[in-house]
Ligand binder design. Sequence first.
Ligand SMILES: Cc1cc2nc3c(=O)[nH]c(=O)nc-3n(C[C@H](O)[C@H](O)[C@H](O)COP(=O)(O)O)c2cc1C
Length: 186
Amino acid sequence: MAETPSCTILVGSLRKDSINKAAADCASEYLKGRFTLYRPDLSGLPPFNQDVEDAGDPPAVADLKAAVLDSELILIFSPEYNYGIPGVLKNAVDWLSRPFRAGSLVGKAVGITSVTPGSRGGENTREQLLQTCGVLTERLYQVTLGIPNVLELDDGAIPELARSALRDWLGEVIEFSQNAPETNDF
Ligand SMILES: Cc1cc2nc3c(=O)[nH]c(=O)nc-3n(C[C@H](O)[C@H](O)[C@H](O)COP(=O)(O)O)c2cc1C
């Protein structure tokens, strides 16, 4: 029997009651059984520093890279902070980008979601993540998912409308991850 594929889920909010974390929880629920799931804690990553990198990846960085390297699919759930990518997530992606042109994301299918209370579904953070991840993997799913107007959680979960949109998008991303060829023109 084929080995279960793995998926790493990165969440750009450290907040306990984060709506993006709640969306990642919903995705985990949907994916469990089909994927081995990794949910690395980004709060323990040191700020990227090339001197630290030169001395050897700290354990939290090594763990993050190991999860991503073992995964076929990487899913990002992130809020938008000041029209951009939250520092904690950008820091994680910067670590994953190393070594230059041979980072952990090379060849990985990547999907991007942003859940926001506002009406624009984190369009800036999604656009910036497309730009950043687009130089780190050739298998980036270009259709990002913005889930706007999520003002509160329902017993810890995103609303059913949002869950339904997320499930549909996850189906597309999984299909993409299984079929999108590696182009090697990177
Ligand atoms: C520092 C900061 C900056 C923010 N900037 C934006 C923004 O540019 N656009 C936006 O739609 N929401 C912005 N927000 C609101 C977040 O979308 C909102 O707090 C959201 O719930 C954060 O995601 P989380 O629940 O996953 O932690 C900002 C929030 C914070 C704390």
